[in-house]
Unconditional design. Structure first.
Length: 135
């Protein structure tokens, strides 16, 4: 399967109090919906899958939150598209190979956006940043 589209539907940041002291940061991805996407490629129509997600970051104890919702559109072989749609409909699960690719795409896009939003709100980075140390 190949990613052919990604977009955000909603972005929300709330800072309740200054980020001081010991801070725990939790990140989570929730798959909200998986549905068929009909993709027009010139005169040809192909089937794909649209995965709607919710990415959330929580700064604890009750300091701040970042919520991002969006969707990824994948293009794939008909058999793989059918497998994804059927497995989601029956079990609310996805094949492991698809789940890995979807989550990695969500993490790559959302972590960058959350860093930008957090920076603008004066929050510490929610993921470890590279550091240089001298010896």
């Amino acid at each position: 399967m190949t990613v052919i589209g990604f977009h955000f539907k909603k972005m929300s940041v709330e800072k309740k109090k200054p980020a001081t002291g010991k801070i725990n940061v939790n990140n989570n991805i929730t798959m909200l919906e998986v549905k068929e996407a009909n993709i027009n490629m010139g005169t040809t129509k192909q089937k794909g899958v649209e995965f709607s997600f919710h990415f959330k970051t929580r700064y604890q104890p009750d300091i701040a939150s970042i919520d991002l919702e969006g969707a990824i559109v994948y293009l794939g072989k008909d058999a793989k598209v059918k497998e994804c749609l059927e497995q989601w409909k029956k079990e609310k699960k996805l094949p492991n190979d698809v789940l890995e690719e979807v989550y990695n795409t969500v993490l790559a896009k959302c972590n960058i956006q959350a860093l930008i939003l957090g920076r603008d709100m004066g929050l510490p980075a929610h993921i470890p940043m590279p550091k240089v140390t001298s010896k």
